[in-house]
Design a protein around this ligand. Structure first.
Ligand SMILES: [Zn+2]
Length: 281
Protein backbone atom coordinates (compact mmCIF):
# COMPACT_ATOMS: atom_id res chain seq x y z
CA UNK A 1 0.00 0.00 0.00
CA UNK A 2 1.38 3.43 -0.92
CA UNK A 3 1.62 6.21 1.65
CA UNK A 4 -1.11 8.17 -0.13
CA UNK A 5 -3.47 5.17 -0.01
CA UNK A 6 -2.66 4.52 3.63
CA UNK A 7 -3.34 8.12 4.53
CA UNK A 8 -6.58 8.19 2.58
CA UNK A 9 -7.72 5.26 4.71
CA UNK A 10 -6.45 6.17 8.14
CA UNK A 11 -5.08 9.64 8.63
CA UNK A 12 -6.76 12.80 9.67
CA UNK A 13 -5.50 15.43 7.27
CA UNK A 14 -5.70 18.60 9.24
CA UNK A 15 -4.29 21.67 7.54
CA UNK A 16 -7.02 23.98 8.79
CA UNK A 17 -8.19 25.34 5.41
CA UNK A 18 -10.74 27.65 7.00
CA UNK A 19 -8.10 29.69 8.72
CA UNK A 20 -6.13 29.99 5.51
CA UNK A 21 -8.97 31.51 3.55
CA UNK A 22 -8.68 29.19 0.57
CA UNK A 23 -11.88 27.71 -0.81
CA UNK A 24 -12.27 24.01 -1.47
CA UNK A 25 -10.33 20.98 -0.35
CA UNK A 26 -7.82 20.78 -3.15
CA UNK A 27 -5.41 23.49 -2.14
CA UNK A 28 -3.84 24.98 0.92
CA UNK A 29 -1.30 27.67 1.64
CA UNK A 30 2.18 27.30 3.10
CA UNK A 31 2.13 28.73 6.60
CA UNK A 32 5.70 30.00 6.16
CA UNK A 33 6.10 31.31 2.61
CA UNK A 34 2.44 31.72 1.63
CA UNK A 35 2.71 29.74 -1.63
CA UNK A 36 -0.46 27.98 -2.70
CA UNK A 37 0.03 24.21 -2.60
CA UNK A 38 -1.99 21.28 -3.88
CA UNK A 39 -2.93 19.13 -0.90
CA UNK A 40 -2.27 15.88 -2.76
CA UNK A 41 1.19 17.05 -3.77
CA UNK A 42 1.87 18.29 -0.24
CA UNK A 43 0.96 14.92 1.27
CA UNK A 44 3.07 13.07 -1.26
CA UNK A 45 5.92 15.35 -0.20
CA UNK A 46 5.32 14.28 3.43
CA UNK A 47 3.79 17.66 4.19
CA UNK A 48 6.98 19.59 3.54
CA UNK A 49 6.61 22.78 1.48
CA UNK A 50 8.54 22.28 -1.80
CA UNK A 51 9.23 26.03 -2.01
CA UNK A 52 10.64 26.87 1.42
CA UNK A 53 11.04 23.49 3.16
CA UNK A 54 8.57 24.38 5.90
CA UNK A 55 7.64 21.22 7.81
CA UNK A 56 3.90 21.19 8.48
CA UNK A 57 2.79 19.57 11.73
CA UNK A 58 1.70 15.96 11.42
CA UNK A 59 -0.89 13.83 13.16
CA UNK A 60 0.17 10.54 14.76
CA UNK A 61 -1.20 8.62 11.79
CA UNK A 62 0.75 10.67 9.29
CA UNK A 63 3.90 10.38 11.38
CA UNK A 64 3.45 6.61 11.47
CA UNK A 65 2.90 6.44 7.72
CA UNK A 66 6.00 8.50 6.94
CA UNK A 67 8.28 6.84 9.48
CA UNK A 68 7.44 3.17 9.98
CA UNK A 69 7.25 0.24 7.57
CA UNK A 70 3.74 -0.28 6.19
CA UNK A 71 1.44 -2.55 8.21
CA UNK A 72 3.99 -3.23 10.96
CA UNK A 73 2.55 -1.01 13.70
CA UNK A 74 0.78 -2.82 16.52
CA UNK A 75 -0.68 -0.39 18.98
CA UNK A 76 -1.05 -1.11 22.66
CA UNK A 77 -3.16 0.48 25.41
CA UNK A 78 -5.10 2.42 22.77
CA UNK A 79 -8.21 2.64 24.94
CA UNK A 80 -6.67 4.36 27.95
CA UNK A 81 -8.36 7.71 28.42
CA UNK A 82 -8.38 10.51 30.98
CA UNK A 83 -11.18 11.24 33.40
CA UNK A 84 -11.92 14.60 34.97
CA UNK A 85 -10.79 13.50 38.44
CA UNK A 86 -10.34 17.10 39.67
CA UNK A 87 -13.73 18.09 38.26
CA UNK A 88 -11.83 20.87 36.51
CA UNK A 89 -13.75 23.47 34.58
CA UNK A 90 -12.59 26.65 32.82
CA UNK A 91 -14.84 27.97 30.06
CA UNK A 92 -16.02 24.36 29.72
CA UNK A 93 -15.51 21.14 31.72
CA UNK A 94 -12.30 19.20 31.08
CA UNK A 95 -14.33 16.09 30.23
CA UNK A 96 -15.95 18.02 27.38
CA UNK A 97 -12.56 19.15 26.07
CA UNK A 98 -11.33 15.56 26.05
CA UNK A 99 -14.42 14.42 24.19
CA UNK A 100 -14.00 17.12 21.53
CA UNK A 101 -10.31 16.37 21.10
CA UNK A 102 -11.06 12.66 20.73
CA UNK A 103 -13.67 13.33 18.09
CA UNK A 104 -11.41 15.67 16.15
CA UNK A 105 -8.29 13.53 16.29
CA UNK A 106 -9.66 9.98 16.31
CA UNK A 107 -7.31 9.06 19.18
CA UNK A 108 -8.04 8.76 22.92
CA UNK A 109 -5.25 11.00 24.19
CA UNK A 110 -2.20 12.93 23.00
CA UNK A 111 0.05 9.89 22.50
CA UNK A 112 0.00 6.56 20.71
CA UNK A 113 2.38 3.74 21.59
CA UNK A 114 3.14 0.38 20.07
CA UNK A 115 5.63 -1.86 18.33
CA UNK A 116 6.68 -1.13 14.77
CA UNK A 117 9.46 -1.76 12.28
CA UNK A 118 11.59 0.91 10.66
CA UNK A 119 13.48 -0.30 7.61
CA UNK A 120 13.10 -3.80 9.01
CA UNK A 121 14.30 -2.97 12.55
CA UNK A 122 11.84 -3.74 15.30
CA UNK A 123 11.32 -1.11 18.01
CA UNK A 124 8.86 0.23 20.52
CA UNK A 125 7.61 3.62 19.38
CA UNK A 126 5.68 6.42 21.04
CA UNK A 127 4.30 9.32 19.02
CA UNK A 128 2.68 12.45 20.42
CA UNK A 129 0.03 14.47 18.62
CA UNK A 130 0.04 18.25 19.09
CA UNK A 131 -3.47 18.34 17.63
CA UNK A 132 -4.81 16.67 20.78
CA UNK A 133 -5.02 19.45 23.39
CA UNK A 134 -1.63 20.84 22.37
CA UNK A 135 0.04 17.47 22.91
CA UNK A 136 -0.20 18.11 26.63
CA UNK A 137 1.15 15.51 29.04
CA UNK A 138 -1.44 14.32 31.54
CA UNK A 139 -1.88 11.05 33.40
CA UNK A 140 -2.66 9.03 30.26
CA UNK A 141 0.37 10.27 28.31
CA UNK A 142 2.60 9.48 31.30
CA UNK A 143 1.05 6.07 31.82
CA UNK A 144 1.12 5.03 28.16
CA UNK A 145 4.70 6.20 27.77
CA UNK A 146 5.80 4.33 30.91
CA UNK A 147 3.99 1.17 29.79
CA UNK A 148 5.72 1.47 26.41
CA UNK A 149 9.08 1.63 28.17
CA UNK A 150 8.17 -1.43 30.26
CA UNK A 151 7.32 -3.32 27.07
CA UNK A 152 10.64 -2.28 25.52
CA UNK A 153 12.45 -3.65 28.59
CA UNK A 154 10.45 -6.88 28.61
CA UNK A 155 11.02 -7.50 24.91
CA UNK A 156 14.58 -6.09 24.89
CA UNK A 157 13.74 -3.63 22.13
CA UNK A 158 15.05 -0.11 21.45
CA UNK A 159 12.71 2.81 22.10
CA UNK A 160 11.88 5.70 19.79
CA UNK A 161 9.94 8.60 21.19
CA UNK A 162 8.59 11.37 18.99
CA UNK A 163 7.63 14.30 21.19
CA UNK A 164 5.26 17.01 20.06
CA UNK A 165 3.97 18.78 23.10
CA UNK A 166 3.18 22.11 24.70
CA UNK A 167 3.96 20.73 28.18
CA UNK A 168 1.95 19.55 31.17
CA UNK A 169 -1.86 19.36 31.04
CA UNK A 170 -3.05 22.03 33.42
CA UNK A 171 -6.51 20.50 33.75
CA UNK A 172 -4.92 17.61 35.67
CA UNK A 173 -3.02 19.84 38.11
CA UNK A 174 -0.25 18.24 40.14
CA UNK A 175 -0.97 14.81 38.62
CA UNK A 176 0.24 16.09 35.25
CA UNK A 177 3.47 17.36 36.83
CA UNK A 178 4.03 13.96 38.45
CA UNK A 179 4.30 12.47 34.96
CA UNK A 180 7.73 14.11 34.61
CA UNK A 181 9.11 12.04 37.48
CA UNK A 182 7.26 8.92 36.37
CA UNK A 183 8.48 8.98 32.75
CA UNK A 184 12.03 9.96 33.79
CA UNK A 185 12.14 7.01 36.19
CA UNK A 186 10.96 4.72 33.40
CA UNK A 187 13.79 5.94 31.15
CA UNK A 188 16.29 5.26 33.95
CA UNK A 189 15.08 1.64 34.01
CA UNK A 190 15.47 1.45 30.23
CA UNK A 191 19.04 2.74 30.54
CA UNK A 192 19.79 0.27 33.35
CA UNK A 193 18.60 -2.51 31.04
CA UNK A 194 21.16 -1.28 28.47
CA UNK A 195 18.54 -0.47 25.84
CA UNK A 196 18.87 2.21 23.18
CA UNK A 197 16.62 5.26 23.30
CA UNK A 198 16.23 7.73 20.44
CA UNK A 199 14.28 10.90 21.21
CA UNK A 200 12.93 12.88 18.26
CA UNK A 201 11.88 16.43 19.14
CA UNK A 202 9.20 17.85 16.87
CA UNK A 203 7.75 21.32 16.49
CA UNK A 204 7.00 22.18 19.26
CA UNK A 205 8.46 20.28 22.22
CA UNK A 206 8.25 22.43 25.31
CA UNK A 207 7.45 22.52 29.03
CA UNK A 208 7.19 19.34 31.09
CA UNK A 209 7.81 17.05 28.11
CA UNK A 210 11.17 18.73 27.44
CA UNK A 211 11.87 18.69 31.17
CA UNK A 212 11.49 14.90 31.28
CA UNK A 213 11.63 12.02 28.83
CA UNK A 214 12.14 14.07 25.64
CA UNK A 215 15.57 15.25 26.80
CA UNK A 216 16.78 11.94 28.21
CA UNK A 217 17.58 10.17 24.94
CA UNK A 218 20.85 8.49 24.04
CA UNK A 219 20.47 10.33 20.74
CA UNK A 220 18.41 13.48 20.16
CA UNK A 221 17.10 14.24 16.69
CA UNK A 222 14.90 17.08 15.53
CA UNK A 223 13.18 18.38 12.43
CA UNK A 224 14.38 21.73 10.98
CA UNK A 225 13.19 24.87 12.75
CA UNK A 226 11.35 22.95 15.50
CA UNK A 227 10.63 24.97 18.62
CA UNK A 228 12.36 23.27 21.55
CA UNK A 229 12.51 24.74 25.02
CA UNK A 230 11.10 24.79 28.53
CA UNK A 231 9.53 28.18 29.30
CA UNK A 232 8.50 30.42 26.41
CA UNK A 233 10.81 33.09 25.00
CA UNK A 234 8.65 35.99 26.20
CA UNK A 235 8.49 34.66 29.77
CA UNK A 236 12.28 34.30 29.89
CA UNK A 237 12.78 37.80 28.45
CA UNK A 238 10.50 39.27 31.07
CA UNK A 239 12.27 37.36 33.84
CA UNK A 240 15.88 38.14 32.91
CA UNK A 241 15.07 41.54 31.33
CA UNK A 242 17.21 40.83 28.30
CA UNK A 243 16.40 40.53 24.60
CA UNK A 244 16.96 36.99 23.37
CA UNK A 245 18.29 36.10 19.88
CA UNK A 246 15.78 35.82 17.03
CA UNK A 247 16.17 32.06 16.61
CA UNK A 248 16.34 31.30 20.33
CA UNK A 249 14.81 27.86 21.07
CA UNK A 250 14.72 26.86 17.41
CA UNK A 251 16.28 23.46 16.59
CA UNK A 252 19.35 25.00 14.91
CA UNK A 253 20.05 27.24 17.94
CA UNK A 254 19.44 24.36 20.36
CA UNK A 255 21.81 22.14 18.36
CA UNK A 256 24.55 24.79 18.44
CA UNK A 257 24.23 24.74 22.23
CA UNK A 258 24.65 20.99 22.43
CA UNK A 259 21.18 19.73 23.25
CA UNK A 260 20.43 18.10 19.89
CA UNK A 261 22.72 15.72 18.02
CA UNK A 262 21.29 16.07 14.53
CA UNK A 263 18.62 18.02 12.68
CA UNK A 264 17.06 15.72 10.14
CA UNK A 265 14.87 16.67 7.17
CA UNK A 266 11.59 14.77 7.27
CA UNK A 267 12.47 12.96 4.02
CA UNK A 268 15.59 11.57 5.71
CA UNK A 269 14.09 10.74 9.12
CA UNK A 270 13.09 7.14 8.43
CA UNK A 271 16.47 6.34 6.90
CA UNK A 272 18.32 7.98 9.81
CA UNK A 273 16.26 6.13 12.43
CA UNK A 274 16.77 2.85 10.56
CA UNK A 275 20.54 3.38 10.51
CA UNK A 276 20.68 4.25 14.21
CA UNK A 277 18.63 1.17 15.06
CA UNK A 278 21.00 -0.94 12.97
CA UNK A 279 24.02 0.37 14.90
CA UNK A 280 22.30 -0.56 18.15
CA UNK A 281 21.72 -4.19 17.17
ZN1 LIG B 1 6.63 27.35 2.00
Amino acid sequence: MSIAEWLAKKAHIDIEPDKLDIPGDLQTKCLACGEVLFRKMLIENQKVCPHCNYHFRLTCSERLAFTTDADTFKEFNQNLESTNFLKFKDTQPYSQRIEQAQKRSGIKDAIITGIAEINGHKNVISIMDFGFMGGSMGSVVGEKFSLAVETAIKKKLPLISMSNSGGARMQEGIISLMQMAKTSAAIKQLADAGLFYISVLLDPTTGGTTASFAMLGDVHLSEPNALIGFAGKRVIEQTIRQKLPKYFQRAEFVQQHGMIDKIVHRHELKLTLGRLLEYAE
